[in-house]
Write a protein that binds this ligand. Structure first.
Ligand code: CAA
Length: 349
């Protein structure tokens, strides 16, 4: 079986034009604030993120038509980047949103519930989903950085909030279903993790595409000490990244690992001094943003497929995506620019 994300068309359909920004400096980067819609939060019908296909033989045919649809939908999407007004009002309750980088093309979402160590309550997760959807539709944004405070990226799901939950409430309310937006976002997301990334916090970081860790970061899945287990991918994503023995040790003991070990295990791709973490993550987003956003999106989808299918199916998927890039203007421009010894000018088409 193979799993193919199907979010492009519906995300592109649900255009939003309520982003409001103002310019200010953030550390060494230019940053502008985003003002979210007022509650009630955007609650467009959840987009089904995946479809399960029954036969390998269908993969090439189905993917070819979907890749074409995705490319056409991207080409139809109008520019929304200019729809910013100059307001510094911040009406988010649990997060902060800014735009950083010289080209102002890297969105920064900061979890902002410091007293509870960014415990992931329902309100926070809803705001995070809304912000991700907004940045996902904003054509000026090439990459998204998700970060927390110096003490905590996030100390997990909000234990006090979920304490009274019953089994039937969890089932009927589809508890944690709101948490999937990070994994469904088509743009690259970089987790910049300082301090604790525990339980749902570690799971949230693992839903991102790349993890940069501050040198004091701590990762762990301590749910076992609460009489429960990870519920947002901890037993699955962690195992795929660090292997069974280490994942089992972490999930069964609740022990934390530090940034250096996380890097050694491949959980984090880089460790940087805590005070430079955000700037480094933004720099990474800017580097990604120098390429075609369209091709970056396809490349992300292809790498993610490695986690969700067999090698042969993944190789076939990759080959079809590679072929699909030959229908894009950016592939032609990239190769022409190389041959003409000049920088490429990508149009994301
Ligand atoms: N939920 C709710 N509140 C939390 C929280 C959480 N996950 N983590 C910390 N807080 C709150 C504390 O209750 C405390 O609030 P008060 O000041 O009102 O008492 C405040 O944040 C500061 O926390 P501590 O005083 O405990 O700070 P510390 O520095 O002594 O310890 C810590 C830090 C080791 C991270 C500790 O807070 C801790 O162990 N937190 C819980 C971690 C955890 O178990 N996470 C998993 C949650 S379950 C989950 O995530 C399920 C899933 O898979 C989705």
């Amino acid at each position: 079986m193979i799993i193919i994300p199907l979010v492009a068309a519906s995300i592109l359909k649900n255009r939003q034009d309520t982003l409001i920004t103002s310019s200010w400096d953030f550390r060494s980067t230019n940053v502008r604030s985003h003002c979210p819609p007022k509650p009630p939060y955007c609650s467009s019908a959840p987009t089904p993120g995946v479809t399960v296909l029954p036969k390998m033989a269908n993969v090439a045919k189905i993917f070819a038509s979907r890749a074409q649809g995705l490319l056409q939908a991207a080409a139809r999407q109008p520019q929304v980047a200019a729809r910013f007004s100059s307001s510094s009002t911040n009406t988010w309750e649990y997060i902060k949103t800014e735009v950083a980088g010289e080209g102002k093309n890297v969105a920064v979402i900061t979890l902002n519930r410091p007293k509870a160590l960014n415990a992931l309550c329902n309100g926070l997760m809803k705001e995070l989903s809304t912000a991700l959807q907004q940045f996902g539709k904003d054509k000026s944004i090439a990459a998204i950085v998700l970060t927390g405070s110096e003490k905590a990226f996030a100390a997990g799901a909000d234990i006090k909030e979920m304490l009274p939950n019953t089994y039937s409430q969890c089932i009927q309310g589809n508890f944690l279903n709101d948490w999937t937006e990070v994994a469904r976002t088509q743009k690259p997301i970089i987790a910049a993790v300082n301090g604790y990334a525990l339980g749902g916090g570690c799971e949230l970081a693992m839903m991102c595409d790349i993890i940069y860790a501050g040198d004091k970061a701590k990762f762990g899945q301590p749910e076992i000490a609460l009489g429960t287990i990870p519920g947002a991918g901890g037993t699955q994503r962690l195992t795929r990244v660090v292997g069974k023995s280490k994942a089992m040790e972490m999930c069964l003991t609740g022990n934390m690992i530090g940034a250096q070990e996380a890097e050694k295990l491949g959980l984090a791709s880089k460790v940087v001094p805590a005070d430079q973490l955000l700037a480094e993550a933004v720099k990474l987003g800017e580097k990604i943003g120098t390429h075609s956003n369209l091709i970056v999106q396809l490349c992300k989808e292809s790498v993610n497929t490695a986690y969700e299918t067999t090698l042969q199916e993944g190789l076939k998927f990759e080959r079809r995506v590679f072929h699909a890039t030959f229908s894009t203007a950016d592939r032609k421009e990239g190769m022409t620019a190389f041959a003409e010894k000049r920088p490429a000018k990508f149009t994301n088409e």
